[in-house]
Design a protein around this ligand. Structure first.
Ligand SMILES: N[C@@H](CCC(=O)N[C@@H](CS)C(=O)NCC(=O)O)C(=O)O
Length: 206
């Protein structure tokens, strides 16, 4: 059994989509970030980062194992199940590279855009424009990549696609707001959204 500690955000959906894709049994604990539940001592005892998602795998040699962060969770579950991560070194490197681009370049750009353009009461024009421009750059690199391959890193659906899909479905649809301007992302997102496991994962936590 795996415990998934999560929130209904793009990062949370990345983990639940993978758990659904590999059909491992899991139970969900949901947190309310607005109430600061992510800083509860019980959660900090599992990971001192105080952010979600994280999993606790009870079915592992040597005792329960906690893994925090969407990219680490997807790679851990891919290695545990032998699925969605190519064995070939070159192909695998590209999946890991794109997981880094999604986690370290694209997702933080959208977090900044959300904080400065949506959440902030006092909108700072310089910060709003900085993150808007950054997001437009990031959405274009992903669209250009998907113009060259059916999935993010080639012909196969991998954990890089699972990591990227919620960013497209949640963040990129919010801003710039119309995936029609990014036809390759729109084509790819439509294909991924038809997967039953993805549909289930996008409703966790209920
Ligand atoms: N790098 C992490 C980021 C996780 C993250 O930012 N989680 C947010 C929710 S989407 C969170 O828990 N925020 C609470 C906080 O920062 O206090 C991942 O990819 O999972």
């Amino acid at each position: 059994m795996i415990d998934l500690h999560t929130v209904p955000t793009a990062n949370g959906y990345k983990a639940s989509i993978m758990l659904e894709e590999v059909s491992l049994p899991y139970r969900v604990t949901a947190y309310d970030l607005l109430k600061g539940e992510n800083l509860k001592p019980e959660l900090l005892a599992l990971s001192r980062v105080g952010r979600l998602p994280l999993i606790v795998d009870h079915d592992v040699e040597g005792g329960s194992l906690t893994v925090y962060g969407s990219a680490a969770i997807l790679q851990y579950l891919a290695e545990k199940t032998g699925r969605f991560l190519p064995k070939d070194r070159r192909e695998r490197a590209k999946v890991i590279e794109w997981m880094g681009i999604i986690s370290s370049d694209i997702s933080p750009a959208y977090s900044g855009q959300f904080v400065f353009n949506v959440v902030a009461q006092d909108k700072q024009p310089w910060a709003v424009s900085f993150y808007d421009r950054l997001c437009r750059r990031m959405v274009k690199i992903m669209d250009d990549q998907l113009a060259t391959t059916p999935f993010l890193t080639g012909a196969e659906y991998t954990i890089a696609d699972m990591l990227a899909y919620p960013v497209a479905a949640v963040s990129m649809k919010r801003f710039p707001g119309n995936l029609d301007e990014h036809p390759h992302i729109a084509r790819w997102a439509a294909e991924i959204s038809a997967r039953p496991a993805v549909q289930r994962g996008m409703t966790v936590p209920a």
